[in-house]
Design a protein around this ligand. Structure first.
Ligand SMILES: CC(=O)SCCNC(=O)CCNC(=O)[C@H](O)C(C)(C)COP(=O)(O)OP(=O)(O)OC[C@H]1O[C@@H](n2cnc3c(N)ncnc32)[C@H](O)[C@@H]1OP(=O)(O)O
Length: 331
């Protein structure tokens, strides 16, 4: 995981009585509060989404779902009501119609690939999946920072605050989850299995500056460009193609959601596994932290850039022939 990205972005609320002590926070080098979610309130042409309302039942002119003019079409109503079901467990109270359509695209996004050991499905994290994602990210964070295990509850608390704040940035930023269904029906790791498979990995994407973190890591990436961060794969499930496909899914989603073709990410200089992966995927180092960041007790990081190809009508195979592990079976 991009430990540095997370450590810079974690933003506990000061009013919370269970807030870790300032000593703990300074130990982890957290940034001051950011208020990323406030953009939702300041944007023009907002509509109030009532969590209880639906197009079929509510005549409320406040519902953006009805204002979208789809109330007479049953399939559109069904889609919107599905969307509303999804939304009402989150806090997406003020969204424009354009943002709701983007949210719908995110909800529908599926990236499926066949791996040698099973099949992988990558989709957007749902609000009720926050806790399992927190666990995955926290364990990776503790591992990356080489922290003792007793830090896990504190890290989990901070990661949860962070994920909840980032959820408010949807549809401008999003967290993806990858689930693997094993061919032999068994589990490859310790995670729970459900009908979708076992949670194998996660990645966060920011599409443009309205979804950007207020405290970006150095070297700073252009805020207008899409940005990938906080990728991690459950440790027992690594080297099976999950990380590669999380990256490819992120690029595919960015191509759908943004016109900007330049995608940035950070990679710590000490992390050879992700560095190899990014180089192999076509990312190049554009800037590297100077040695002075060591004085801030931070790892030096590369800022890496890839220019995505212009979209074509042809379906692009990720690694044709070169790697039988990564076979595309349809998105
Ligand atoms: C932008 C960011 O988020 S940076 C932070 C990246 N995250 C982390 O470092 C957290 C800890 N590490 C991980 O979770 C994983 O190792 C990841 C996410 C980096 C890679 O996930 P995996 O599922 O293991 O990767 P995957 O199996 O798809 O491998 C893809 C390629 O990455 C490279 N790679 C992956 N692991 C290694 C490794 N241990 N050593 C060298 N190269 C590696 C290889 O080129 C590999 O291709 P290959 O297997 O055909 O040789």
């Amino acid at each position: 995981m991009a430990a540095s990205t997370l450590s810079l972005a974690l933003t506990p609320s000061p009013s919370d009585p269970s807030l870790p002590s300032s000593r703990h926070r300074s130990l982890l080098f957290l940034s001051p509060l950011n208020h990323n979610h406030h953009f939702l309130l300041s944007h023009r042409s907002r509509f109030r989404l009532s969590p209880q309302s639906s197009c079929s039942s509510a005549s409320s002119s406040e519902s953006p779902l009805c204002l979208a003019g789809e109330s007479t079409s049953s399939s559109a109503s069904a889609a919107y009501s599905r969307l509303e079901d999804w939304l009402k467990t989150g806090n997406y109270n003020f969204l424009s119609n354009e943002e709701l359509l983007k949210l719908q695209s995110l909800q529908d996004f599926r990236y499926r690939r066949e791996l040698r050991t099973g099949s992988l499905c990558i989709r957007v994290m749902r609000p009720d999946e926050t806790d399992v994602t927190v666990k995955l990210l926290s364990e990776s964070f503790v591992e990356s920072m080489m922290l003792p295990d007793w830090y896990l509850p504190l890290i989990s608390y901070l990661v949860k605050q962070y994920l909840m704040e980032r959820r408010a940035a949807i549809p401008h930023a999003v967290t993806l989850l990858g689930f693997v269904k094993w061919k032999d029906g068994g589990s490859g790791g310790e995670g729970e299995d459900d009908e979708e498979g076992e949670l194998a990995g996660t990645v966060e994407i920011c599409f443009h500056k309205r979804g950007a973190n207020d405290s970006p890591p150095t070297p700073t990436a252009p805020k207008d460009s899409p940005y990938i961060c906080n990728m991690t794969v459950n440790k027992p499930l690594r080297r099976r193609g999950v990380g590669w496909n999380l990256l490819k899914a992120s690029e595919e989603l960015i191509s759908q959601m943004s016109f900007v073709r330049e995608v940035y990410l950070h990679c710590r200089m000490v992390d050879s596994a992700p560095f190899n992966m990014y180089m192999r995927a076509g990312y190049n180092v554009v800037k590297t932290d100077g040695i002075l960041v060591l004085l801030l007790l931070q790892s030096r990081k590369h800022l890496m850039l890839k220019k995505l190809p212009l979209p074509t009508n042809n379906v692009e195979l990720d690694m044709p022939g070169s790697d039988p592990e990564h076979v595309q079976v349809g998105a």
